[in-house]
Design a protein around this ligand. Structure first.
Ligand SMILES: NC(=O)c1ccc[n+]([C@@H]2O[C@H](COP(=O)([O-])OP(=O)(O)OC[C@H]3O[C@@H](n4cnc5c(N)ncnc54)[C@H](O)[C@@H]3O)[C@@H](O)[C@H]2O)c1
Length: 443
């Protein structure tokens, strides 16, 4: 996509938008509760660009900065209808209570009826992909073909029952074990064969993603496991013109990293080591306690520094960086993750310095607005006729998805510029390049 491509025609956001979350745990229940509270004026969707962000249009002297939601035709929160799958039968009210993110008296009771209405469908699940889970609200089959067809049937039943006009699917389920794209993921023929052969490298996440694409439904992935980034599904989404984006919500420590690392690089300050550790006590932390599941997360978290710092082009500054990331399961903290970063840097003549970051965050409070934005922007992309990889949504991900052969942009502010310029392009507004000659050129 380039700014010289013709401005797309965007179909209006009429009717209802069905949002299907795979997983109804901490993030999904916090998303649903937050939207329901916002709809009723009982909470503010803080952290959401689509709801609270503004976008500058034209020159700085024009003073035009509408809200993003007033600028691009997004689905209204009132038009969202929820559906979900989970390994446990808990409805969204019970799931939110168990997750312990939101306060009962202040937030859950007021919307308990709406939350109780969101009851998960049985999950396409196999324990080998997340062995620390033991729910039994699962589809009564271990055949991958049968699971795929059951998910497709669920999507269609949801469409009919809830009378929705459009559907978006977002993976908010546990992180699966690490799977690298292999022979099964190269093209539709081998993928179809692998499904019939119950090939282990085809995980439930890939089945949900494939089912979504087969049903013309955009797919966003909040976790780092392989899904629409498998070559077969990337190509399939491109061929069918269905929006897909990256994976793994960029919420806490990695958000910080993709702000601080560009700062070091901007000032040509060197880096010798970055040690990141976390304690986390929710179900996500429990799943990530299994080494095969943590490996998936580790790969996603480790990737960002290398792409930002480009050691090949700056070997004196970044040629020898020790980067370590750990997550420790520590139940007393629940969803309130604490992250520590120790960053060893060096400056003028090589003198060493240190930066310490201690982020006491709330995982799902940070993730819910990203999930909302991804859902609304994926729907926008589809109505604008934009299919395949939506690189402008990199802003939301630890592992942005990019065209084969391209390296991903991880710098948060480059991602933000890309996102906003894409919105300007969609609406036929000028790109903002920050050149700014016009303010100084004599007329
Ligand atoms: N919160 C954050 O800041 C953040 C950031 C990046 C990524 N993530 C990822 O988002 C995901 C959700 O996080 P969470 O805190 O809500 O976790 P959670 O454990 O509270 O919820 C995940 C839910 O998914 C369900 N599930 C697992 N496999 C499933 C399947 N095959 N089908 C249907 N349901 C399934 C589980 O039963 C669980 O209820 C995790 O993978 C996490 O790593 C979260």
């Amino acid at each position: 996509m380039s700014s010289s491509s013709p401005t797309p025609t965007i179909a209006p956001a009429t009717g209802r938008l069905g949002v299907l979350t795979v997983g109804l745990g901490a993030v999904a229940s916090t998303l649903i509760a937050g939207v329901e509270l916002s709809k009723r004026g009982q909470g503010q969707p803080i952290g959401s660009m689509t709801q609270m962000g503004t976008i500058r249009l034209g020159k700085r002297t024009d003073h035009r900065s509408p809200l993003v939601k007033d600028f691009v035709p997004l689905a209204a929160l009132d038009d969202i209808v929820w559906g979900a799958w989970d390994v446990y039968p808990d409805d969204a009210y019970v799931a939110a209570s168990r997750a312990g993110v939101l306060e009962h008296g202040r937030h859950l009771e007021a919307i308990s009826d709406a939350l109780r209405e969101v009851r998960p469908m049985t999950a396409a699940f196999e324990k080998k992909y997340a062995r620390n889970l033991d729910g039994d609200h699962i589809k009564p089959t271990s055949s991958k073909r049968a699971m795929l067809e059951a998910i497709r049937a669920d999507i269609n039943q949801f469409r009919e029952e809830k009378q929705v006009d459009r559907v978006v699917m977002i993976w908010c389920a546990s992180t699966e074990i690490f799977i690298e794209p292999g022979p099964a993921h190269m093209d539709v023929e081998s993928f179809e064969k692998a499904i019939d052969a119950n090939d282990e490298t085809v995980s439930p996440a890939q089945l949900y993603a494939y089912a979504a694409l087969l049903e013309g439904v955009p797919f966003a992935n909040g976790a780092p496991n392989l899904a629409v980034d498998a070559p077969v599904l990337r190509q399939f989404a491109t061929d069918r013109n269905i929006p897909i984006s990256g994976k793994d919500f960029k919420t806490g420590q990695t958000l910080m990293k993709t702000v601080l690392a560009p700062m070091l690089k901007a000032r040509q300050l060197g880096l010798s080591g970055w040690y990141s550790t976390n304690i986390l006590g929710n179900r996500d932390g429990e799943v990530l306690d299994a080494p095969e599941n943590f490996k998936t997360k580790e790969e996603s978290k480790l990737g960002v520094l290398e792409h930002i710092l480009e050691p090949g082009t700056n070997p004196d500054l970044y040629g020898d960086v020790f980067h370590k990331v750990q997550i420790n399961y520590y139940p007393p903290r629940g969803d309130n993750k604490e992250g520590w970063d120790n960053i060893d840097i060096f400056g003028w003549l090589g003198y060493p310095m240190q930066i310490k970051v201690n982020f006491l965050c709330r995982d799902s409070i940070l993730a819910a607005p990203l999930a909302l934005d991804l859902v609304l922007f994926s729907d926008l992309a589809q109505r604008a006729g934009l299919g395949g990889i939506q690189e402008w949504l990199s802003f939301y991900y630890k592992s942005p998805q990019v065209a084969p052969g391209l390296y991903p942009e991880h710098d948060l502010f480059i991602q933000l510029t890309k996102l906003k310029n894409t919105l300007r392009w969609m609406m036929g507004e000028d790109q903002i390049t920050h050149l700014g000659r016009e303010y100084y050129d004599e007329a």
